[in-house]
Design a protein around this ligand. Sequence first.
Ligand code: SF4
Length: 359
Amino acid sequence: MIRIGIPRALLYYQYYPMWKTFFEELGAEVVVSPLTTQAILAKGSSRVVADTCLPVKAFLGHVLALVERCDWIFIPAIRSVSKNIYNCSKFLGLPDMTRAVVPESPPILDIDIDINKGKRKLYQAIYQLGRHFTWNPFKVRRASLAAWQTYLNYRELMSSQGLTPLQAIERISGTPETESEVPSSQPTSTQTNYRSSRSAEDTKRRAQKAEPGLSGNIALIGHQYLLYDEYINHRLIHRLEQAGSKVLTPEMLTTEELQSAIATLVGRAYWTYEEEVVGAGGHYLQSGADGVIGIMAFGCGPDSLMMDTVRRQAARLRATPFMSLALEEHTAEAGVVTRLEAFIDMIYRMKRRRVEVCV
Ligand code: SF4
C-alpha cells in the first residue's frame, strides 16, 4: 500500500480530515508527522534563512520528520480558495521551497489550487492528483466527493458544537491529537520540562483561588497553525483553561458572523486568512468575549496588517481588552506566561469591579 505523508503543520489543521479521506478512498495509507518538538523546529529552522516565518520553519521540520516514513509527501500549492482572495506567497511556493531546501524529502505530490482559474482547472488538478493512484476518473470523483463531505462535516462539528480543530479531528478520525500521541518511549528532555513547567502549576494554583466565572471568556484569534500547535504557542489554550477561562476561537463562529465583521472593518477580504484574524477579532471585540488575544507569527506580513486592523478597532471601541502576542522560535515560555497572567488579572479585576458596581 502506498504511504502518503502529511506534515502536521500549516494547512493540516484546516484540511487534514479532507485530505485523509481522499487518499484513503484511493487505497493509500496516510502517515502524519509527530507533534512539534524543539528538535523538529530546530531542524526546520536550519534549512532556511533566519527571517523566514516560524510556521514555515516548523513545516519544514515536519517534512524532515516524514523522511523515510512514507513513499510520497503531500504538499499542495494553494493560491486561492475563494474568488479574488489570496493566500500568502509562502503557500504558493511551498512545494518548490521544500524541494529546494529538503532534497532528501520523498517525492512531493503537489496540486495547484487556484479557484480564480475556474472550476474546470480545479477538477483537472484533482484528477491529476488522483491519477497517481488510479486511472479510473469515476474513482477519483468518488474520492473527491467523499473528501468534500468530510470537510463539510468537520466544519459543521466546529461551528455547531464549539469544537477546536484538534477535537474535531479526534472525533472524526478517532485518533488522539493530544500529547499522548507522542511516543512515550522517547520523550525529549525539552518535552518533559516543557510539559511539567512550574509556570503551568502556578497558573493552575492561582485559578483555583479565583472566583468562578470571573476569569472570563477569552477569544484567541490567529492562524490555526499558531493557535493549535501547542509547542509553538506554549500551550496557550491549556493555560487559559487552567486559569478558569472559557476559550473562544474563530472556528466557533459561523461564516456569516465572520464575513459580517470583515465587511464592517475592511469592506472586503483580500487574504484567505482574514476571517480568522479580522473577522473573528472584529466579532469578538463587540460580542461574546471579555478579552481578545491576537496570536501572530513574527515576521509575517499579512499578520502585521490584519492584526493592526483589529488593534485599531479595539482602541476605537474601548470596550474589550486586546493583546497581541508575536511568536518566534526564541519566544520564551516565561514571557508568554507573564503576559497571559497580567491579561487575565486585568480581566478579573474589570469583571469584579462590574460585579461590585451592580450589587
Ligand atoms: S501567512 Fe504569515 S505566518 Fe502564515 S505562512 Fe504566510 S508569512 Fe508565514
